[in-house]
Design a binder for this molecule. Structure first.
Ligand code: B12
Length: 378
């Protein structure tokens, strides 16, 4: 009784009016094409731990929603061009990855998909649906590939020909029999190895078009707790407080593209390149007010502060020694004191060595003690 072709057309048209940049359709069949990839990724210890660990759930949409017949996959583009500094000031700053620019993308995409969902239910009141953005068990990238939105680049990202890889993904599972889009996007990476060469961690597994998450810098910026010194160095060197864009920035499909038409994602210089000292001194309330709306606030204040301290250490600015000394003496969080110990160790100065030595007899946390000792030895 329904004209499904017509309904699909109306869904596509509506999506274009609500800021969905690309839309595609695929069946609700299991994603058998990625089963081996996902199992191997997990078995070899390449997983991040943030993804759904139950592979059956990951590949079988019907375990998330019984009666699923089709999946509507969407991409929403986000900007890549750095905002201009407001002045030529030389304050030490860090950066947040582009996926944390503007409003939290989960919220933005969920709103767009809820809007599309309401529209579908106006057309077909009995439609059953389930919205997923990032947090669902399905691989958003695998859904997008099968729906024809793009291809998986060597860096593991879903690349669209129109917008490059700076796109967020989400999907609606539904029991409606919407016709799948037959045409898959061709993989246009060819012999290009820019991402492989640029990754500071050698995290990209070339032959697999996937990454070893246990090496990925983005992963480490959001890992809680203590870090190995080599990882501290990498965070400090690349200046990322949250996430990492390196393997995407060098991608030829992202060059000369700045997907800046969604107001929600427009970056504010002071927020995406914050002054490190200000980040380190944030109160809980100020953190929530300043960064709470961004996806980069997800891992909490302590993570951003730990990373800010590491970056500060690498700059070795004399003006920051007092701040670091105060933190080592008074901050109650061991991860913060450990980061400070490393940072003070970066200065090759008698004064910073003395600060570390004076703390030694007072420090109670075993892990921080080790870090202080290493910083003194260095
Ligand atoms: C866990 C996670 C992370 C982890 C691990 C990342 C990773 N590469 O696995 C960490 C914290 C490191 C991370 C980082 C980032 N993430 Co993340 N992350 C996820 C999450 C929740 C699960 C990913 C996952 O399962 N990984 C395991 C691998 C094996 O699976 P997969 O990446 O989904 O798919 C792979 C395979 O299935 C295979 N594949 C898929 N389809 C097909 C089809 C064929 C034919 C073949 C052969 C292979 C194949 O290739 C894919 C790439 O390796 C997804 C959301 C979701 N629910 O899917 C977002 C997601 C992948 N992340 C996203 C983003 C934006 C990022 C960052 C760019 C953020 C940043 N700037 O720091 C980085 C990119 C790092 C990178 N190069 O991958 C976007 C990616 C959008 C895009 N255009 O690809 C997603 C989809 C969130 C979203 N809804 O928009 N992320």
């Amino acid at each position: 009784m329904y004209d499904w072709q017509q309904i699909k057309k109306q869904i596509i048209e509506h999506s274009q009016t609500i800021g969905i940049d690309k839309i595609g359709f695929t069946s609700g069949e299991p994603f058998l094409e990625i089963e081996v990839i996902l199992r191997e990724h997990q078995e070899k210890g390449y997983s991040s731990g943030f993804e759904e660990s139950n592979i059956d759930l990951r590949i079988n949409p019907s375990l998330s929603m019984s009666g699923v017949c089709s999946i509507i996959s969407v991409a929403v583009a986000y900007p890549s061009l750095e905002p201009r500094p407001l002045s030529a000031e030389q304050e030490t700053r860090g950066k947040l990855c582009r996926a944390s620019w503007g409003q939290d993308y989960h919220k933005v995409l969920e709103e767009k998909l809820s809007n599309l969902d309401r529209f579908i239910k106006l057309l077909v009141p009995k439609a059953k649906t389930l919205i997923m953005v990032d947090k669902g068990p399905l691989s958003d990238r695998a859904v997008a590939v099968r729906a024809g939105l793009g291809w998986i680049g060597k860096n593991g990202s879903l690349i669209t020909e129109e917008f490059g890889s700076f796109v967020y993904l989400g999907e609606i599972l539904t029991n409606l029999p919407l016709e799948p889009d037959g045409q898959k996007a061709s993989n246009l990476c060819g012999g290009c190895n820019e991402c492989l060469n640029a990754c500071p961690m050698q995290a990209i597994l070339e032959d697999k078009a996937t990454i070893n998450c246990q090496k990925c810098l983005a992963f480490y910026t959001l890992t809680k707790g203590h870090l190995e010194d080599t990882l501290k160095e990498k965070i400090a060197e690349q200046k990322y407080l949250y996430g990492c864009d390196i393997c995407q920035l060098v991608c030829p499909f992202n060059k000369d593209k700045n997907n800046d038409w969604h107001r929600e994602f427009r970056p504010e210089y002071e927020l995406v390149n914050p002054v490190l000292e200000k980040v380190i001194k944030l109160s809980n309330r100020k953190f929530k007010d300043t960064f709470g709306h961004m996806s980069g606030s997800w891992r909490g204040k302590k993570n951003l502060q730990r990373n800010a301290i590491l970056i500060l250490g690498r700059t070795k600015g004399a003006e920051n020694i007092q701040l670091l000394a105060d933190l080592l003496e008074h901050d109650l969080r061991p991860e913060i004191r450990a980061a400070v110990a490393w940072s003070l160790g970066q200065y090759d100065l008698a004064v910073t060595q003395n600060i570390l030595k004076e703390r030694l007899p007072k420090e109670k946390d075993v892990r921080v003690l080790q870090d202080i000792k290493r910083a003194i030895k260095n």
